[in-house]
Design a protein around this ligand. Structure first.
Ligand SMILES: Nc1ncnc2c1ncn2[C@@H]1O[C@H](COP(=O)(O)OP(=O)(O)O)[C@@H](O)[C@H]1O
Ligand SMILES: [Mg+2]
Length: 375
């Protein structure tokens, strides 16, 4: 890479970067979360934003902040599409049994750690005590039991159990026993991140989707009577605003089909102030993002923090960016790659940007086209 840069800093996949913009949203999120952590109910927080607007980035920031909050146990992305180690352990409709996924993503090592901190305390209210004792003794069936694996008779016996857990009721019970252990280990809250929540709607039929939402509703309701015994769950869902509207549509079709909803009981448990919308980037926000990324790759320092981009080039790119950070990063990535290949190009000017982006069919703003908008 030329221009005094060690590499092209505009990758658009990972989230290990400084946050640009989002001061208003971040303040709102930290207020909502601190109220949730201090409260006495489970909470459903929504992070809404169009594709590429920075939902996954935000969830990642929330996760990091939570790992530094006292008394908060943070569990990452329970709906992730990426293969995770526990996935092969979960055979029956693994993705969408959210209660089991929470225990699975917490992980055996962490659960063991929680148990070791909890086991010397008063345990009268713990229902799967033998299971946890077996977990502590190194019996690997114990964790598999808790995440809803089908176990054989001789695996169940040492756990003091006759049957494996059946979702959703048993998965929810297992989750609550885990939340009790977490509480004894000193956690008042468990933060659960659910990215791309719309997968529930797009991958499941309406009936199954309603079942998932109803399991969430059940978690909320069952926490009430257990609030002095169990850590509470604070869910943060990332999804697009359009997908959230579809939840409303689904509700209406379910009502006309079955006469009963099944979705509103979930929706009604969401505090209206717990919906946080990630707004589009302004030009100033884009400049902040671009400068911050360039700094990551810069050899030494530059008097012009946008170098090799001219401000006019950035203004042009912004006009075709749909105001989304992902598109901004992709446009800058392409421009920098192309400019770096051409020895005679000493900066990314507006002309160069227009020419290059036109070549890739990224039309000027007048003819709105959906080119760079893929996830
Ligand atoms: N506020 C921000 N500051 C810095 N980078 C961001 C910000 N928001 C998003 N990004 C980056 O933009 C890209 C797209 O964001 P992402 O969170 O994946 O969007 P979404 O999940 O809404 O589709 C990612 O590379 C992400 O790291
Ligand atoms: Mg995302």
């Amino acid at each position: 890479m030329r221009f005094g840069l060690k590499f092209n800093p505009f990758e658009w996949a990972s989230h290990d970067h400084k946050m640009a913009n989002r001061k208003t949203e971040w303040k709102k999120i930290t207020d909502v979360l601190s109220s949730a952590y201090n409260g006495e109910t489970c909470r459903f927080v929504l992070a809404l934003g169009d594709y590429g607007m920075g939902k996954s980035f935000m969830l990642n920031q929330i996760f990091r902040a939570a790992t530094e909050s006292r008394g908060v146990l943070a569990i990452k992305d329970v709906l992730t599409e990426r293969p995770i180690p526990t996935r092969s352990l979960l055979r029956s409709s693994p993705e969408f049994d959210i209660p089991s996924r929470i225990v699975a993503n917490l992980g055996e090592v962490k659960l063991l750690d929680l148990w070791n901190r909890a086991k010397s305390r008063k345990l009268d209210h713990i229902r799967f005590r033998t299971v946890f004792e077996q977990l502590g003794a190194g019996n690997e069936s114990a964790f598999r039991f808790l995440i809803g694996e089908k176990l054989k008779h001789d695996e169940l016996e040492p756990l003091g159990m006759r049957t494996s857990l059946r979702p959703p009721d048993d998965s929810i019970r297992s989750l609550f026993e885990t939340l009790k252990i977490a509480r004894l280990a000193g956690y008042h809250s468990v933060l659960v991140l659910v990215d791309e929540f719309e997968a529930i709607m797009s991958k499941l039929g309406p009936t199954a989707a309603v079942r998932v939402l109803d399991a969430l509703r059940a978690i909320f309701d069952e926490y009430g009577p257990l609030k002095d015994q169990a850590a509470k769950i604070v869910f943060v869902f990332g999804l697009s605003a359009q997908a959230w509207d579809k939840v409303g549509d689904l509700e209406r079709t379910m009502v006309s089909r079955t006469g009963g909803g099944g979705i509103s009981p979930f929706v009604e448990r969401i505090l209206p102030s717990d919906k946080i919308v990630l707004n589009p980037f302004s030009l100033q926000n884009m400049i902040e993002l671009v400068e911050s990324r360039l700094t990551e790759a810069r050899v030494g320092s530059a008097s012009d923090k946008l170098h090799p981009f001219t401000r006019e080039a950035i203004e042009f790119a912004y006009s075709v960016s749909k105001e989304k950070p992902r598109v901004i990063l992709q446009l800058c990535y392409m421009l920098l790659e192309r400019a770096s290949e051409k020895e005679d190009v000493s900066q990314v000017s507006r002309e160069f940007a227009e020419e290059t982006l036109r070549e890739y069919n990224i039309a000027p703003p007048a003819a709105e086209e959906d080119v760079a908008d893929n996830r």
